[in-house]
Design a protein around this ligand. Structure first.
Ligand SMILES: Cc1cc2nc3c(=O)[nH]c(=O)nc-3n(C[C@H](O)[C@H](O)[C@H](O)COP(=O)(O)OP(=O)(O)OC[C@H]3O[C@@H](n4cnc5c(N)ncnc54)[C@H](O)[C@@H]3O)c2cc1C
Length: 257
């Protein structure tokens, strides 16, 4: 339970407070969510400190880390695939509080946007001025203060999909795929402790050794070994994740989405 909340005057001060063991609080939807069981006694309030803007600058779309998932879902400047992923969290109330920076830093395997950000080759800018791929931030389990999310212009078609057992359930699968000439990203949540990329499958799609939906399905199926979920078997998750990716990859190759 939160015992102390500090409002820093600057990003530098916020980053320094984190080094003293305090935890950032942005939208607070994860920190204050009882099932997440996060021990946050002293928090650093980020509201008002982080940009909430969404702005195209040259070839890069800059999204302030304080932008909410609802504002991303609503923004015509944001690629459709990310708008769709941001809209997947079922409650508008949660979407209107949850921030993109908080979602990336939470690094949950069931994030609806992290696989999409992998597919779009998004980067984060930290308070220390470092710019790194969202993929590196998540796989290295970083906790640096994120101030911006940067979306470069990328080629190809992209799709996000998910499987749910009911409208408010945790997802059994979250998938994002982007296919372009000579380039492909296949990203997947709910299959490992954090979202992953299937680089061998990506290579197979680029080299065209994997073309048909059936072949892509088999390659994904062989590459993953998800744990069982609360209400679904591991075998069901493996099947549904492979199905979603194979379908999305074929649609993207056709330029369908
Ligand atoms: C009913 C419900 C359903 C949910 N369903 C999902 C779901 O399906 N998928 C999912 O991924 N999440 C889900 N969540 C969790 C949560 O809503 C999201 O992960 C949300 O995007 C977190 O953003 P936030 O701004 O609220 O983060 P906060 O709760 O404020 O913080 C989350 C974590 O990120 C850190 N943090 C926050 N901002 C930054 C920053 N700018 N830089 C570095 N670290 C930072 C915090 O210290 C904390 O560790 C759900 C929550 C609820 C209540």
């Amino acid at each position: 339970m939160i015992q102390e909340a500090v409002k820093p005057a600057s990003l530098k001060e916020a980053a320094a407070l984190q080094k003293q063991g305090m935890m950032f609080l942005s939208g607070g939807t994860l920190i204050n969510w009882a099932p997440a069981q996060i021990k946050a006694e002293k928090v650093i309030l980020l509201e008002g400190l982080l940009s909430t803007g969404i702005e195209q600058k040259g070839d890069t779309l800059e999204i302030g880390a304080g932008a909410t998932l609802q504002s991303i879902a609503d923004s015509p400047a944001v690629p459709e695939v990310l708008r769709t992923g941001a809209g997947f969290i079922p409650s508008r109330i949660i979407r209107s509080m949850a921030t993109i920076g908080g979602n990336i830093a939470a690094n949950r395997t069931d994030s609806y946007i992290i696989p999409v950000l992998f597919a779009l080759q998004a980067k984060v800018e930290t308070a220390g001025g470092e710019i790194m791929d969202v993929y590196s931030y998540c796989t290295e389990e970083r906790s640096d203060l994120i101030v911006k999310v940067l979306l470069p212009r990328v080629d190809g078609s992209a799709a996000v999909d998910r499987a749910l057992r009911s409208s408010a359930a945790y997802p059994s699968a979250v998938t994002a795929v982007r296919v372009a000439d000579g380039d492909c990203v296949v990203a997947l949540g709910c299959a490992a402790p954090h979202a992953i990329r299937l680089k061998d499958v990506e290579q197979g799609i680029v080299s065209k050794s994997l073309v048909s939906e059936e072949d892509i399905f088999k390659a994904v199926y062989a590459a993953i070994n998800p744990p069982a979920g609360l209400k679904e078997t591991a075998e069901y998750k493996r099947y549904i994740e492979s199905t979603l990716i194979a379908h999305s990859a074929v649609q993207c190759r056709k330029g369908g989405k």
